[in-house]
Design a protein around this ligand. Sequence first.
Ligand code: ATP
Length: 538
Amino acid sequence: MENIVALCKRRGFLFQSSEIYGGLNGFWDYGPLGVLLKRNVKDAWWNDMVMSHNELIVPSGAPGTYEMTGLDCTIIMHPQIWKCSGHYDLFHDFMVDCRETKKRYRYDHILGRFVLAPSLATHIFVTTLETENTQTALEDAALKFFGLRKKDLDKLQWEGEIMSLPDAMRSAGGAANVLGPDAKTPGTLTEPREFNLMFKTTIGALGTEEDTAFLRPETAQGIFANFKNVCDSTRLRIPFGIAQVGKSFRNEITPRNFTFRSREFEQMEIEFFCHPSQSAQWYAYWRDRRFAWYIEMGLAGERLQLREHGATELSHYSCGTADIEYQFPFLPPGEFGELEGIAHRGDFDLRSHMEGKLVKEGCELVLEKLPNGQPKHRGSGKDLTYYDDLTKERFTPHVIEPSAGADRATLAFLCEAYQVDTAPDEKGQPQERVYLKFHPRLAPIKAAVFPLVKKDGMPEIATEIYGELKKHFSVFYDDKSAVGRRYRRQDEIGTPFCITVDGQTVQDGTVTIRDRDTLKQERIKRDELVKELQSRNF
Ligand code: ATP
């Protein structure tokens, strides 16, 4: 992973945000090549899901034809949207603060074990954040606390098993005997407090509580809020999907693993509206369609997996959820990270925005009420049902939601593309070669154009070819240093094709085209370059 991170910085894919001021944790900037790569990921998604979708034919695996359209909603929306969606009440983690070290921890991430402290005639709950070698970490913490050495390990009297802090707090009735993960004295952790992951902001100049708004933590809600507008302003008939690409913000407590968990990121989401009787079939279709898309785009190995959630893992409203996961190199062996979730959301979202915030009561979703019987969070009261004028049926559509992260997908494509092999250098000597094996559609630069040498009419022809290709593709012109070095520079950023103008070009108008992966060179007529590159799967 360090090699990939170093390459990203060296060649301008990704930079730490605000780096000259020491950086800002959880925020990343895309550099000159990164912006092209991420745009290609988003364009490929938009093109394949929306633009090139043909609503007149039944796609393979689908229960019927369907239509697709798009939206671009605001980042800040009416605060009631987040109250009804559940994000205001539920989108949080519990945190504890340490009064001594001023550190903040996810409550459920702290692990510990009770140990008898003879000098204090009481039990201390010694803690750590270490998940792999937890017992060793706890032994070190306990020895340090009691001022003992490693050889005194058998003097420690452990009680009970390793447990999480929430379990220990319940059994010990408070935080008094807890030794925080980085603290020197027990009892410095606060009671757990809720920490909402939504970023707050203020609308207007007064800054009162009523002016508080939120940066959206997902793009989906803008789609639900516009469902009626889309139905009223288009001739779309159910089933149809609405797609949106845009920024989302989550005040993640522990942003980590490069761009995998950031505080500002981009999502690519589809809300697919269908008749309840067909929703199980549409769920299966979207799950498989989205999985196939990552394979088509180059995540073809065993690092990619589709994982269906078990019943206990499902959200309270979901009748089926699957995650598309990738084995990122920064994760422990055997662990996968989520690229995209595909969820069957039933009628939860549209009902929430009609009626108000819903909660599960038995098997039913009902309006959550205050003790005085009023709705906890009132819905819009607008009718978001759908009337099918052919069947004369009115119903609340079910929703299938494929929700993908553009940054996580970009990172997975980068990790998968990173390759090291051996290739001969310009003197024919085998040398280690680092290259990015991007799918040509995702490669930031599609082709590089080189004159073999800077004389004999070659630069003039190469400049002309560059100008012609630039009208169609993202191309790069390079006439600096030996041609072998120029090839290597392009390999390292994943350029699939290099076109070289040499002595023969001047004679017969042909150029060489070199393939990044096979290193094979072919001669083709310069007039056929545009057609040739187009045929190579851009
Ligand atoms: P996680 O469990 O990893 O926090 P999640 O289940 O909360 O993710 P969703 O709410 O389903 O994620 O969001 C849909 C997609 O948005 C995710 O699959 C992921 O690709 C992306 N995403 C979510 N949170 C982040 C983040 N903090 N940084 C980058 N991408 C994210």
